[in-house]
Design a protein around this ligand. Structure first.
Ligand SMILES: [Zn+2]
Length: 588
């Protein structure tokens, strides 16, 4: 990936992986390596290692590994160019200014950064209004009533948009022209008179940040009875509702560590859940999840607990989101909170009334989505055949989205039992759904590390780092094709090619051409504690391979002999057998 002479290459040469990884993981020196708790899977004893000279990392637990860029890409869930920039910045390497393609693009980039700046100023303004005005005082009382104290207010940047109608406009007018003000979505234009006024008036404001933490929009809740109760920023050049998940910027780390997300509807819910100490929560900030939001979330985890409002809108939002999540191969559970008294409970209300322990308990026991759906189906009228058909039709599309065929058929049976479906027609429909799947899942490459024989491990290590003789070793191995048929064959081929190229062997570049399971094995071998290799040792390893090679050949010959070949062929085989046995005896 890092081409010689490129900026990426320069950064890679200068960057210190131990220092960069050390900003995310507490590392301890251990032998020639550094080890720590893996940031990519939950563990109690460290199996994550960083190699200071090879500049690679590897986890013996979950098998992840790569170079400094790969690490940053995985941690920050960013693309390669962004990872280069981040590593360069962490290591104090000056980043060349990006060339913009056209004046048009430059203008757009500029406009976007101005809009972001405007949101930052609006945020400061709203916060000041909440803190220092009479109106703000009333808003604070309301927030306190909702269980949001000073800490929460500052933690989530909650502010207040005053009722005047042009307070923010007056604040921003001197710095920004009308066109930009309208484009920001913070200011609206009166259709008839063409007059400008604040979009948010007499509302509590919640800053909405994009995934890198820049405020790009606001959500606002009416303080009084103004309609609508919730009003958000419109779509702007910096904000698209379907691309942003509220709280994503703060949830990243927890999502990665816990490997599941709690999905709620609104920012008040997300705040309540996060305040309860559950940071891996995000809000869709709309009635239903959009595909780009699912993709964004999928970069961090593929497991979701959907905890939408229990009202009708929330239920259908849950069901729509379910369908989409399942299509993207998410593992989905649904938390439907029980009512409090006769009030339907959203996460915010529930945590306020029942406390976070109770919420955590329900979260832990949240059922798989199919259970939730069966409960929903059972609420339908099941007394008639028609009603049952409706219920089955409601469930069918979800059953078909279950990736695993056995599970699909299990669920079909369960649905039949739960809905008391005895009609042959419905049963047939269900079992048909169970055998078909909408989109077949890709099979994951097997990730289990294999135990290569010690001789192979040793030779691989030498090919990777015995500067004194690895070229000669590569030649010998290649001439005799001694690695053919070995489990480690592909690793050998890649290393031999790299060694014969005359360039230093880069572990990550060799790893990049390998399948994941081979890459994992290679990294494991590179991290083993080992003595300085010698040519003599290399030769004895080669002999061992030759020996194994001869043994395999002998076994082949023996099989051919036992297959009763014609006389001339048999003679040849017997000669070959003699010769192999002589060779094997001599080696002993
Ligand atoms: Zn790991």
């Amino acid at each position: 990936m890092a081409e010689a002479g490129s900026f990426a290459d320069k950064v890679k040469q200068q960057a210190d992986i131990v220092r960069v990884v050390g900003e995310y993981v507490r590392l301890k020196k251990s032998g020639q390596n550094f080890t720590g708790l893996c940031p990519f899977h939950a563990e109690k004893s460290p199996s994550f290692a960083v190699h200071p000279t090879k500049q690679i990392y590897h986890c013996f637990g979950c098998g992840v590994g790569g170079d400094v860029f790969k690490f940053v890409m995985e941690m920050e869930k960013c693309a390669f160019p962004e990872a280069i920039r981040i590593v360069a910045e962490k290591c104090g390497i000056a980043v060349p200014r990006q060339k913009e393609r056209s004046p048009e693009e430059r203008k757009e980039n500029h406009q976007r950064s101005v809009l972001v700046e405007m949101h930052r100023e609006a945020q400061t303004f709203f916060v000041k209004q909440l803190e220092g005005t009479l109106e703000g005082k009333a808003a604070r009382a309301y927030l306190e009533d909702r269980g949001l104290d000073k800490d929460a207010i500052s933690q989530f940047g909650i502010g207040y948009a005053p009722s005047g109608g042009d307070a923010l406009l007056r604040h921003l007018k001197s710095k920004y022209n009308e066109k930009l003000l309208v484009e920001s979505g913070l200011v609206s234009r009166d259709q008839s008179a063409g007059r400008l006024f604040d979009r948010f008036r007499r509302r509590i404001t919640f800053p909405i940040s994009n995934e890198s933490g820049k405020i790009v929009a606001f959500g606002a809740r009416a303080l009084g009875d103004d309609m609508p109760k919730y009003l958000n920023s419109p779509e702007t050049p910096v904000y698209s509702k379907s691309n942003v998940l509220y709280h994503m910027d703060r949830a990243k780390d927890a999502l990665r560590r816990q490997d599941f997300a709690i999905l709620v509807e609104g920012y008040m819910d997300a705040i309540a859940v996060a305040r309860a100490g559950i940071s891996n929560v995000v809000a869709s900030c709309g009635t239903s999840l959009a595909e780009p939001q699912i993709k964004l979330l999928g970069r961090f985890t593929k497991r979701v607990i959907v905890n939408y409002d229990p009202d009708t809108a929330g239920q259908s939002a849950t069901e729509r989101s379910l369908a989409l999540l399942l299509e993207h191969d998410f593992e989905v559970r649904v938390l439907a909170l029980p009512p409090i008294g006769n009030k339907k409970a959203d996460p915010d209300l529930f945590i306020r009334e029942r406390g976070k322990e109770e919420y955590l308990k329900l979260l832990k026991d949240a059922p798989p989505y199919v259970d939730y759906l069966i409960v929903r189906a059972r609420q339908m009228d099941l007394t008639t055949g028609e009603g049952k058909l409706r219920a089955v039709n409601f469930l069918m599309p979800y059953v078909q989205r279950i990736p695993n065929r056995i599970l699909r058929s299990e669920w079909a049976t369960r649905i039949a039992q739960q809905l008391r479906v005895d009609e042959p027609v419905l049963r047939a429909a269900l079992s048909k759904a169970a055998t078909e799947r909408r989109s077949e899942v890709r099979t994951q490459p097997e990730l289990v590390g294999r135990a290569a024989k010690p001789v192979e491990r040793r030779l691989i290590r030498m090919l990777a780092e015995a500067e004194g003789f690895r070229v000669e070793l590569a030649k010998q191995l290649q001439n005799a094709r001694l690695y053919q048929g070995l489990e480690t064959e592909k690793i050998f081929v890649a290393l031999v090619i790299a060694s014969l190229s005359g360039q230093p062997v880069q572990a990550t570049e060799v790893g990049a051409v390998l399948e994941d399971r081979d890459r994992r094995l290679l990294f494991e071998i590179l991290f083993e504690e080992a003595n300085e290799p010698t040519w003599e040792e290399a030769m004895s390893c080669i002999e061992a391979l030759q020996h194994r090679h001869a043994e395999r050949e002998l076994a082949d010959v023996q099989r051919s002999i036992e297959a009763n070949p014609a006389a001339p062929e048999l003679r040849g085989l017997l000669e070959k057998k003699q010769e192999l046995m002589r060779r094997l005896a001599a080696a002993r």
